[in-house]
Ligand binder design. Structure first.
Ligand SMILES: [Cu+2]
Length: 328
């Protein structure tokens, strides 16, 4: 009822403003003013309006930023995540400097060069090489810096992982994730899509490859140790999925037929994050962020960042691929 009333009031207010404008127009026509052509008074009031709008616009924007700053990205919980935030902030600083300068000039010029009383015309300024050179070269250098900075971070995320990085396969399908730990040898066993059997071998593991015997397959939640590099190798069975871990600032596509690779060091345990956020139910999540079908909205997996002791304790309780096969 209240929503209806507020919509109704808003519509009435719009009608009121519209009618007020009609009255104003009719009154000026009666007074004999030609309202179709801007006169000197119009030009001055519009110019002043431009000047007043500029600070109002800036204050509005800065207030919004101040009010909603807590709603920006959550705390980064990985080594590369912190760097990604630095890159993001670096971009914001550049964007804001350019934004404030260009917007201020835009509104200032609109007033400064309004049509004057003497009907003077603005100076026609068609071309100047020096100016064009400046506004081409300066943004090119700034953009090159941003791109090189971004590429170097991307290289760090997707390049060669540490030698002792824990290798985990993330297998995406409609509509869930499966994690496969590489076990003692830290090498994932071979797979082949032709061997996939939903009931007995959902990842298509090649049982003749001994490297896969100690692999550990988990669903629902995956554990990783804090301060140790994790190397995620992503695959997809059916369509493209997304591997998205917002707190670690990690995102890469899982594409059928190829393996995509991303690694990072988690720096804050789940327990610590629960303390920091004052949220006892906090959990890191792996989410799919490619619209992959009807169940996409619910395609996720919990990530638990443990202390090393907790991690190895958890890992020891998981069944290896071979012991699982033997049990069947
Ligand atoms: Cu998906």
């Amino acid at each position: 009822m209240i929503t209806f009333l507020s919509y109704f009031t808003a519509i009435l207010a719009l009608v009121f403003i519209f009618q007020l404008m009609n009255i104003y127009q009719l009154a000026s026509e009666l007074k004999g003013e030609n309202t179709g052509i801007a006169n000197d008074r119009d030009n001055r009031s519009q110019g002043l309006g431009m000047l007043l709008f500029m600070p109002a616009f800036f204050i509005f924007l800065l207030t919004l930023i101040f009010i909603y700053k807590d709603k920006m990205l959550p705390q980064a919980a990985s080594d590369v995540g912190k760097e990604a935030d630095r890159l993001m902030n670096f971009n914001w600083v550049i964007i804001f400097i350019v934004f404030f300068i260009t917007e201020a000039l835009l509104f200032y010029f609109a007033n400064r060069y309004k049509k004057g009383k003497d009907n003077s015309k603005a100076y026609y300024f068609p071309h100047q090489d020096k100016l064009e050179l400046i506004w081409t070269i300066v943004p090119s250098i700034v953009l090159a810096v941003i791109i090189i900075y971004g590429l170097s971070l991307w290289g760090k995320m997707t390049g060669k992982p540490d030698k002792d990085a824990i290798v985990i396969q993330l297998y995406a399908k409609q509509f869930d994730f499966t994690a496969r730990y590489s076990g003692h040898d830290n090498i994932l066993g071979k797979t082949d899509y032709k061997l996939i059997d939903d009931a007995t071998n959902p990842l298509g593991m090649d049982t003749t490859d001994a490297k896969g015997w100690d692999d550990i397959i988990v669903k629902g939640e995956l554990h990783v140790p804090v301060n140790h590099q994790i190397d995620f190798k992503c695959n997809a069975r059916d369509v493209m999925h997304g591997m998205y871990m917002p707190y670690f600032r990690e995102q890469i596509n899982c594409v059928p037929g190829i393996t995509t690779d991303m690694h990072f060091i988690p720096t804050i345990t789940t327990a610590q994050m629960r303390k920091d956020t004052h949220d006892t139910a906090f959990d890191y999540m792996l989410l799919c962020n490619r619209v992959c079908g009807a169940g996409h909205y619910n395609m996720q997996m919990k990530i638990v960042v443990d202390s090393p002791e907790e991690y190895y304790e958890w890992l020891a309780k998981q069944k290896t691929f071979r012991s699982n096969v033997a049990a069947k």
